[in-house]
Design a protein. Structure first.
Length: 79
């Protein structure tokens, strides 16, 4: 059965697509949704941590007065 995906592979691809889309939304939104960030943090896997924290850091670096909530989220993810 070459070329066919197993259920675990399909789930992994859908997971990556879903969380990738959410992280892209966070990156694009000036004021990202707390609910969306909570969803990412609850379900992301290890390989998504760097991408997500990178998106949050871009927001912090671009804002003269970064959100304390955003700073705490980053700190909690890195602790």
């Amino acid at each position: 059965m070459a070329g066919q995906y197993q259920p675990d592979q399909i789930r992994a691809q859908l997971h990556d697509a879903f969380y990738g889309a959410l992280i892209d939304k966070i990156r694009a939104d000036r004021y990202p949704s707390s609910t969306m960030m909570d969803m990412i943090e609850a379900g992301m896997e290890g390989h998504e941590l760097q991408e997500y924290v990178g998106a949050l850091l871009q927001k912090v670096e671009a804002d003269r007065f970064p959100s304390v909530n955003m700073l705490r989220r980053i700190q909690n993810l890195l602790d």
